[in-house]
Write a protein of this length. Sequence first.
Length: 204
Amino acid sequence: MTDFLGIDLAAAIKAVGYLGLFGIVFAESGLFIGFFLPGDSLLFTAGFLASQGFLDILILLPVCFVAAVLGDNFGYIFGKKIGPAFFNKEKSLLFHKEYLTKASEFYEKHGAKTIVLARFLPVVRTFAPILAGVGNMRYQTFLFYNFIGALLWAVGITLLGYYLGRAMPDAEKYILQIVLAIVAISSLPSIYHIIKNREIFRKK
């Protein structure tokens, strides 16, 4: 099965169950400490396990979806309430006040796309909702695209693992290669968008 830092994800998922999956997806979606967690491979492996009868797909899907939505919401609220405190001074050790303005401009113009596309970029997806809060993106806009992103990422990748597991009896032999391919392919649109719009951060 898929290994992450020497940990058998399938065995870990069986051990932690739905509650553990909820916590991991929540943490990676909006907590600073969650950026190192294996979101894509975890969701895919969980879906695969559901196809083999170890988990109930009808329970798994809402668990992952709700965790992704709530995690992003936590990150947004954290960024909105705590984030601006870093910009109280004109200059600090790590930030300049102009960074807040640039973040606000970026999310005002590209926020909708960013919230969705960031779901498919490890590390980026953890900090995207926090930056959206710091940049004062309208909550209604954030919430709408948060739902879309969570649906495509949490539900989409889980279902991919589920249906692939049902269609390929020997998929377990190639699951690591499949996960790596999915992560790489799903990241391409996000990487393209970031590169295309990088000039925004070079202005001023």
